[in-house]
Design a protein around this ligand. Sequence first.
Ligand code: SF4
Length: 427
Amino acid sequence: MNKSDSERIVEVLEKMGYQEASKENEADLILVNMCSVRQSAVDRVYGLAQKFKKLRTFNPKLRTVLTGCISKRDFLKFKNFFDFILPIKTLNFWPEILKKEKFHFLPDQREKNFIEKFGCQYLKIKPKYEKNFSVFIPISTGCNNFCSFCIVPFVRGPLICRDHKEILKEAKEAIENGAKEIWLLGQNVNDYHSPSDPSINFAKLLKMVNEIDGDFWLRFTSPHPKNFSDELIETMAKCQKVTPYLNLPVQSGDDEILKRMNRGYTVKEYKNLVKKIRKDFKKYRKGLEKEIAISTDVIVGFPGETERQFQNTVKLFKEIKFDMAYIAQYSPRPGTVAEKMKDDVPKKEKEKRWKVLTEILKETALKKNKKFIGKEIVVLPEEYKNGFLIGKCRHYKTVKFKGESNLIGNFVKVKITNALPWGLTGC
Ligand code: SF4
């Protein structure tokens, strides 16, 4: 989401006459779009204080701006070394605000007045996409879920949805301009309802984007297992532009931990959901697409997680056989409910649990990837390095193959010759 926000920030700054500087010491303005989900990202921003001091000795006119997800606690400290602190939702007003010498503004994004004044108006700004062939389109911002470990509802405010007509317009224009991959973005996409017509939920929106003319792939992130409807499952499986890949965050394989995380589902419900999704893809897709790739997000060492509770996550990993998993070692986020819980799983133990899950994942991912050997699949290359192209296939697996850089951003047929746990190689 922050990446997508940055594309709108670039558009606003360029309209104001700014150009990208090639070096930090040549910049008149440095903008930091911050993420608060992990402490390591916040620490990196703290680390900038010294750098700014040094840069100011070269250029006393340097101005610094901080935006993104900022907690109240961090705001009070960052005020000392950023000239401007601005919520992203105020982006439409930046050309005016940046005329001032300094401005620090961090209201509670859940306040009624703030929501009424700013809402998600900034999403109307036409973004300057980083890559025209792979485009992120936000469908909503914020979240109402309050998972106990997560800071998003505090720093991004409540869920606010974009009008479906605006989303369709942006998607159509992107496809006409050569987009091959559309990502619909939201902190919790399956809570989506169009403000002008609440009968248009996420499943209906997905179907509408799928119906846009053109040869493109349709992806989305992130869904919540709690309210993943049968309608959405069937729509995903039936809409052929929707790629056979889903990131479905489970967070834990233990019911007691899930409850304390305030996730709103049980392990059994999660497993049933995966079963249904796999069943519908088998029913409505052909060939390799009959098997959907499923990845997950999981936290190890959540406060109070016992060995037995962790073993339930191990069991779930063995049972579901994920294609990929983003495994995080728990660290408390200021202002969340979980921050008040005792962070009592030692760091060493968290690392051990991370390793156990990673080993299981390596095995299951490799087994899944081996099924691609000998098959010809379509890849969208994004990067060129030393004679090789690197990109993703429809199952969102990384594929490396020999090729020329002019193929970046085009669909390319690749024959898979080898499989590794974290990717495929081909020719
Ligand atoms: Fe955070 Fe996602 Fe939970 Fe919302 S649903 S609170 S964004 S983890």
